[in-house]
Design a protein around this ligand. Structure first.
Ligand SMILES: Cc1cc2nc3c(=O)[nH]c(=O)nc-3n(C[C@H](O)[C@H](O)[C@H](O)COP(=O)(O)OP(=O)(O)OC[C@H]3O[C@@H](n4cnc5c(N)ncnc54)[C@H](O)[C@@H]3O)c2cc1C
Length: 325
């Protein structure tokens, strides 16, 4: 019995969302007292497997075949079906990416199961929580099938860090070669989809100051920009700020914006709607400034300042500047 984690490659490395799925699989494995087996897929997976082995003390499987590059939904689902049948895991965990959306439902269907997609949290049971009706409702799902439970994890829902106690370089790496024929692959892939070019990569920012509707006017943004500059942080925002055109869309954090996981996320005048939280709750330290003590942002904040941002932010900027002198 094990939890199988299927990692995804991006530019020759394990993608960040895969590490978040790794955290989810570790959490699930710990809850079920089962080891986690990590899978890397492709035509040449040695470097990827070595990258995983540096962070994962459990088993790593290289699912390797010349026909697994480039990616095709047929190749991936046929190869993974064979591996899943050989390993008999209780759960198969994926990051919720475009590629996973493409092949994982087909894989689950091949095995008489469904994919519980876009999971934002895992509870006792285990039960899996996902958002419905564009984030207005959440639903919890329990697997009742006889086969493995297939789950994909939403970006930003888990922190991309190995669970405590995992020591590097202890992984046992093995190779699984699926039986795959060119005639089984019915599609000819084009260029992989890339999101629109972004000049700001909030996803890899270490420090983020994020501003919400509490700022009231576009002219007041200089207040938070000054704080971001003093901290050496990127400036981000909730959706209304970007919808108003006060900041570019690429700075929006949330379910319809970017997912971020910085060391520090400072939320200024942001209420903490679920659509915002899913994009930033993987941050290591969340500091919230809000005048409403009952604002939902305080439920995820590590530190909260209940106060008027127009007083708190300038004082904080001065304090940061003074501390840096
Ligand atoms: C399908 C869908 C997708 C969405 N996607 C996203 C998304 O990607 N990202 C996103 O952010 N939202 C998204 N939303 C919108 C989301 O539901 C919220 O409406 C939005 O996050 C609220 O933004 P806010 O917190 O800035 O504003 P508000 O909810 O209006 O909160 C403003 C906060 O500022 C505080 N405040 C006011 N004045 C002050 C002051 N002087 N000092 C201190 N605090 C003050 C208030 O107490 C309040 O908590 C989406 C919604 C839908 C339906």
């Amino acid at each position: 019995m094990s939890v199988l984690l299927v990692l995804e490659e991006r530019d020759g490395r394990v993608s960040r969302v895969s590490w978040e799925a790794f955290a989810a699989a570790q959490f699930l494995g710990a809850a079920l007292s089962q080891p986690v087996t990590a899978v890397v897929m492709g035509a040449q997976t040695e470097a990827l497997a070595a990258e995983v082995a540096r962070k994962h003390a459990g088993k790593v499987i290289r699912l390797e075949h010349a026909l697994l590059k480039p990616y095709t939904p047929d190749g991936f689902s046929i190869a993974l079906e064979q591996l899943v049948k050989a390993e008999s895991p209780t759960h198969v965990v994926f990051p919720h990416t475009y590629q996973v959306r493409d092949f994982a439902p087909a894989l689950a269907a091949r095995m008489g199961e469904v994919l519980i997609s876009d999971v934002i949290s895992i509870g006792d049971g285990p039960v899996f929580t996902r958002q419905l009706m564009q984030g207005r409702l959440t639903g919890t799902y329990r697997h009742t099938g006889s086969g493995p439970c297939f789950v994909s994890v939403q970006a930003g829902a888990f922190r991309a860090e190995p669970a405590a106690g995992v020591s590097a370089n202890d992984a046992a790496v093995s190779t699984f070669t699926p039986t795959l024929e060119a005639a089984q692959i019915r599609t000819k892939p084009g260029e992989p989809f890339r999101g629109s070019a972004q000049t700001v990569d909030l996803g890899s920012a270490q420090l983020i100051v994020s501003v919400g509707r509490g700022i009231k006017e576009a002219e007041n943004l200089t207040l938070v920009q000054d704080l971001a500059t003093a901290l050496g942080a990127e400036l981000a925002a909730s959706r209304p700020i970007c919808d108003n055109g006060w900041l570019p869309m690429e700075r929006q954090v949330g379910s319809s914006g970017q997912s971020v996981a910085p060391k520090l996320y400072l939320a200024v005048g942001i209420s903490g709607a679920i659509q915002h939280l899913v994009g930033m709750k993987g941050s290591q330290c969340i500091v919230a400034i809000n005048k409403d003590p009952d604002a939902p942002i305080f439920e995820v904040a590590d530190y909260g300042i209940v106060g008027d941002l127009f007083e708190v932010v300038p004082a904080l900027t001065e304090a940061v500047k003074a501390a840096k002198q």
